[in-house]
Design a protein around this ligand. Structure first.
Ligand SMILES: Nc1ncnc2c1ncn2[C@@H]1O[C@H](COP(=O)(O)OP(=O)(O)OP(=O)(O)O)[C@@H](O)[C@H]1O
Ligand SMILES: [Mg+2]
Length: 624
């Protein structure tokens, strides 16, 4: 037994095992169960003993003595599956292309939505690239990289998740013929990295700043960015209505990085236009005990006490034993319990608060006690809502009712409990610190409201990004066409093969306007020709696809704007992902990791360009 140093450096050490056996017949494993070493990796000594031995003529099928003595070399664990070489790179490219095909049709204002239902009966309708990719449960190891870049785009920028997946897949698709023709992946990677860098620099150069504008101007510019994001979503029909709502909400928390200060509450029923923004906090009425209905439901400038303690009578443990010598003592024990809770309630009332909220339960005794004193109370308030009330009203959450001073109490202009659809809502508005906002979302089906929430999340992220980075670029494929033109011009100045690769990168960028046309049912070739012509003339840098007429239009003038950071992040992430996938020329599947994934995954993982999705049953070819 001996380790092969050459192989050990290429794989995980624990799975590499070189077994040199001289009694090969006895110890040879069944051919389909162990991976035999590729002759290129044989150590010199093993190779020397592997010299071909002439076989006796006419006796070809019988094993010769020499072949019986041939040492069997086992490198990897039994059951390990490897695929390698150029075919593996092409296979990974094919897998990524089929993943991109799944989200391709969702791009743009005329994009379609996907309905995904899981084995638990849950149904999701979405247009959001990241959500679709997450729900697809992709198991192909290379294609998973696309899922990761979609997720990272979602958390970093919020929008452009379909764009990033399409770009990465298109870069790979353009690289495929070169790989098949024998170009070394590293030549492509080098050129792609240079092209990606140049493209990002160009986006920065072309971006228009919205810095130094008045608040009103800024608001309308930000609303344009939000409207562009929303135009491709289910709620696109009401994009202006929601865009201004999102801008107001984001400006309310502009100085704070905590996104959870901005709440979205979903109330099924009504129409989209019934949605409203609360400049403060709103949450669904919590569970309440008898006595609650006697409490007042509206206050002007109330003081608010926020607690993290239970206001409930505690019963003793079942097996508690108290020995009394005098029956009169029993009453004093019962009284002690009541005194504790009454003492707490008394302190709450004395603090001067008119509203008492607690993260823990407020029992029936306390509810009635507060009702008798015209105080409103709500127990079991969600942590997140309580924190938002604290941030908005300037109060501090207390863990004891002793020494409640005025400074820890919050306040707001108006508190009221209001009916919204079928739900009762507690609404705190006119909050002094003004650091929170809540969007109450209305709509028909649950799936619709869920998707509306995801769309608003995209728009909120975009407005926040645009506010921070203050630069925007024209959308509708305009910026992509302009960078493509720039890279083609640049390619002409490069000598050698790299010229082709940079050209391919430039061509891949055209996938965005092409897909926008395809999804809208326009003639993509015709529109792209017009766009190329316009951009080449030097005066049409802002021209993109006109989604209404099927021609071309100035996207900037039509207010189809996107924050520059969306494009910069998308090009960066897509280039990195494409380079990463191109640099992988071998996939090794460790048998140990197989059990969790199941057989369906196993087929797809080693499959050459087969289906990448679980359950699609692609024909996976394995190299043994
Ligand atoms: N009114 C419009 N006219 C032309 N193109 C538009 C318009 N509105 C948006 N677009 C374009 O649609 C594309 C965005 O589409 P979409 O929102 O479906 O995908 P995404 O932003 O990449 O991904 P996701 O929103 O799923 O995270 C952008 O290229 C944008 O410029
Ligand atoms: Mg979008």
């Amino acid at each position: 037994m001996q380790h092969n140093p050459c192989r050990a450096s290429r794989s995980r050490p624990h799975s590499v095992l070189l077994e040199l056996s001289h009694s090969s017949r006895r110890r040879r494993p069944p051919p389909n169960r162990a991976t035999e070493i590729n002759p290129r990796f044989s150590p010199a000594s093993a190779a020397a003993s592997d010299l071909p031995t002439p076989r006796p003529p006419g006796n070809r099928d019988l094993p010769t003595m020499a072949s019986m003595m041939q040492p069997q070399i086992i490198l990897l664990k039994e059951g390990t599956d490897t695929s390698q070489g150029r075919a593996q790179v092409v296979s990974n490219i094919n897998a990524c292309t089929s993943v991109a095909d799944m989200v391709r049709t969702t791009l743009g204002p005329r994009g379609m939505d996907k309905l995904i239902h899981d084995d638990k009966g849950g149904t999701t309708i979405s247009n959001d690239g990241a959500t679709i990719m997450r729900l697809l449960e992709i198991v192909h190891p290379a294609a998973k990289i696309l899922v990761d870049i979609a997720k990272s785009q979602d958390s970093e920028v919020g929008d452009g998740t379909t764009t990033v997946v399409l770009l990465a897949a298109e870069f790979l698709k353009e690289a495929k013929p070169y790989i098949e023709d024998g170009v070394h992946p590293h030549s492509l990677i080098r050129s792609y990295r240079t092209a990606g860098h140049l493209a990002i620099e160009k986006v920065k150069e072309l971006a228009t700043s919205i810095e130094g504008k008045s608040l009103e101007e800024k608001k309308s510019l930000l609303a344009k960015c939000a409207a562009t994001t929303l135009s491709s979503k289910l709620i696109g029909g009401e994009k202006e209505f929601f865009a201004s709502m999102v801008v107001d909400a984001v400006l309310a928390i502009s100085n704070d990085d905590r996104l959870n200060l901005l709440g979205i509450k979903k109330v099924p029923g009504g129409t989209m236009r019934d949605s409203f923004l609360v400049n403060g906090v709103a949450f669904k009425k919590t569970f309440s005990y008898a006595g609650f209905e006697q409490q007042p439901k509206k206050f002007l400038s109330p003081k608010i006490l926020l607690l993290n303690i239970e206001l409930e009578l505690k019963s003793e443990k079942e097996n508690a034993e108290i020995r009394l010598s005098d029956p009169l003592q029993y009453q004093s024990i019962v009284d002690a319990e009541w005194n504790i809770i009454y003492d707490k309630l008394d302190k709450c009332v004395k603090s001067g608060a008119k509203i008492v909220l607690s993260r823990l339960a407020i029992g029936d005794l306390a509810t009635q006690y507060f009702a008798d004193r015209d105080i409103f109370c709500a127990g079991r308030v969600a942590e997140e809502d309580l924190q938002r009330v604290a941030a908005a009203t300037g109060g501090t959450v207390q863990t004891s009712v002793n020494n409640v001073i005025d400074e820890v109490l919050g306040s707001c202009e108006v508190f009221e409990e209001r009916q919204v659809g079928n739900e009762r809502f507690n609404i705190f508005s006119g909050c002094p610190s003004g650091q929170t906002a809540t969007i109450v979302l209305r709509g028909g089906a649950d799936q619709f409201i869920e998707e509306a929430e995801r769309s608003l999340h995209d728009a909120i992220m975009i407005v926040r990004r645009a506010l921070k980075n203050s630069t925007v670029v024209p959308g509708g494929g305009a910026i992509d066409m302009e960078i493509s033109k720039y890279l083609r011009q640049h390619a002409r100045t490069i000598a050698g093969k790299s010229q082709f690769f940079v050209n391919s990168f430039a061509k891949a960028l055209e996938v965005i306007p092409r897909q926008l046309c395809d999804n809208a049912g326009f003639d993509a070739t015709d529109v792209l020709n017009k766009l190329r012509q316009k951009h080449a003339s030097g005066e049409g840098a802002n021209y993109g696809v006109d989604i209404n007429t099927g021609g071309i239009a100035d996207s900037f003038a039509n207010f189809v704007w996107e924050p520059a950071v969306v494009k910069i992040n998308a090009i960066n992430a897509a280039t990195e992902a494409a380079c990463l996938i191109l640099s992988v020329d071998e996939t090794v599947k460790n048998p140990k990791s197989e059990s969790a994934q199941g057989d369906a995954a196993a087929g797809a993982m080693a499959g050459r360009g087969g289906a990448a999705m679980r359950g699609r049953g692609g024909r996976g070819m394995r190299r043994r």
